[in-house]
Design a protein around this ligand. Structure first.
Ligand code: ARG
Length: 457
């Protein structure tokens, strides 16, 4: 029979395979540093409040520091027998400092302990994600600055709609990531709260100072209800939701890179270091990394749904079901981290084939709206102008040409309002450069947009 740290009231031990089913050490060892930090703060608070002596605290703290060093060097050996990170560390601590180690758990439960660990963990991870997204936005911004006057077709329904600046297209993503970053920053308010000292569910009779341990851990606030403190996983769900949005934005961008690097588009080329070949077809260069990010988006959505589902039927307070929060959470964290890093690298090494974008824009009807607007400027009602231009497009299709190739007589016979300057107006560059309404794709509007964007990173 293995000796459990909680074994007092038990007469029989579980079989190994049952222990294995209940254990979380294989994955919650990811929380080792947070668990040790939480314990160091707790023991310091216990001594300050006179619950244990300063000497006892010092011995325990030194033991915890030793474990921290060993953890950082990967020298700690965890065992399934001790179920989870909390009990493994308590065991390793008593091995290190003797029975006084058993005083660490005074006035604390694994329930507030695990909640403290994941709050600390999320605090660290979310700050890192904010930084990572900022990095991605910096790359986007500098690419956009290079491409204000690079023009490509803009699409709706994946049909050519109106030409736009490539910078404008890139900046659309910049703003999506900006909102993602703001959501993550906002979520910090709810992450930066200490559950430590809530006990198993009801608080404790010991004269603890929760504000003090919170302050030692750098938390901004404490939970004001012990039941809530140990039961809350909202902040993890919120993180998975925020992470899902980042992944969704990355995935849409990846989808565009995949399309754009196809033979059909040839608007961009992904650098060799982020592409792969085919084992059979020698000519292939596949945008695997972009596809993988698109694919991995599903995993993060999966984590979000898992957590929502784990929590939805749980009565207060702690239930073992809650151990199931960790694998989806860690998976979401690792997936997001890898995806943002890979995406940023891929974007940095992207070759933009401006000539092909230009070629595309010269062989379509995406300047048709401009022609209608031209007639509106000559005082023709928009509906009527739309009809006239629609007919001209039809004529072009029948004659297999584009609006810029159509002889002037055709324009004249469609409407007496047309003048020779129509050919200047129809130039894709003119079409784009003139859309200077706030937030528009006109070059001036983009330059103002870039100025605002610079203040966000
Ligand atoms: N391994 C557990 C978890 O991750 C820690 C909390 C266990 N608490 C308990 N009362 N069994 O949820």
């Amino acid at each position: 029979m293995t000796t459990k740290l909680w074994g007092g009231r038990f007469t029989e031990s579980a079989e190994q395979w049952v222990d294995e089913f209940g254990a979380s050490i294989s994955f919650d060892k990811e929380l080792v540093e947070e668990d040790l930090a939480g314990s160091i703060a707790h023991v310091t608070m216990l001594a300050k409040c006179g619950i244990i002596t300063e000497e006892e605290a010092e011995t325990i703290r030194n033991g915890l520091q030793t474990l921290l060093k060993k953890a950082q060097n990967n020298e700690l050996e965890f065992k399934v027998d001790f179920e989870d990170i909390h009990l493994n560390l308590e065991k390793l601590l008593t091995d290190e400092v003797g029975p006084v180690g058993g005083k660490l758990h005074t006035g604390r439960s694994r329930n507030d302990q695990v909640a403290t660990d994941i709050h600390l963990y999320m605090k660290k991870q979310v700050s890192a994600f904010i930084e990572q997204i900022n990095q991605l936005q910096t790359v986007l911004l500098s690419l956009a600055e290079e491409h204000v006057e690079t023009i490509l077709p803009g699409y709706t329904h994946l049909q050519r709609a109106q030409p736009v600046s490539f910078a404008h297209h890139l900046m659309a993503y910049f703003w999506m990531f900006q909102r993602d970053k703001e959501r993550l920053s906002d979520s910090m308010k709810r992450i930066d709260v200490s559950p430590l000292g809530a006990g198993a569910l009801a608080g404790t009779t010991f004269p603890i100072d929760r504000e003090y341990s919170a302050q030692l851990l750098g938390f901004d606030d404490i939970y004001h209800n012990s039941l809530d403190a140990v039961s809350d996983r909202d902040f993890l769900i919120e993180f998975c939701s925020n992470a899902s949005l980042v992944m969704m934005h990355l995935s849409r961008f990846c989808e565009e890179l995949i399309l754009w690097s196809s033979q059909e588009f040839q608007f961009v080329e992904i650098s060799d270091s982020f592409a792969t070949g085919s084992s059979m077809m020698p000519q292939k260069k596949n945008p695997d990394m972009a596809e993988l990010i698109r694919g991995k988006t599903g995993r993060v959505y999966g984590s979000l749904v898992s957590l929502l589902t784990v929590l939805k039927g749980l009565p207060l307070a702690y239930n073992k079901d809650m151990q199931e929060d960790k694998e989806p959470l860690f998976d979401a964290v690792h997936t997001l981290k890898g995806s943002v890093a890979i995406f940023t690298g891929m974007l940095e090494g992207l070759t933009v084939k401006s000539e092909n974008m230009q070629k595309a824009i010269s062989s379509d009807f995406s300047n048709a709206t401009e022609l209608a607007d031209y007639l509106v400027n000559k005082n023709i009602p928009f509906r009527e102008a739309h009809e006239i231009v629609g007919k001209l497009v039809l004529t072009c299709i029948q004659k297999q040409m584009y609006l810029l190739d159509l002889p002037f007589e055709e324009y004249k016979s469609a409407s007496s309002c047309f003048e020779e300057d129509v050919y200047d107006v129809l130039q894709p560059k003119t079409v784009v450069s003139r859309r200077n309404s706030a937030g528009g794709t006109g070059f001036e509007a983009i330059r103002s947009q870039l100025e605002v964007a610079k203040t966000k990173i």
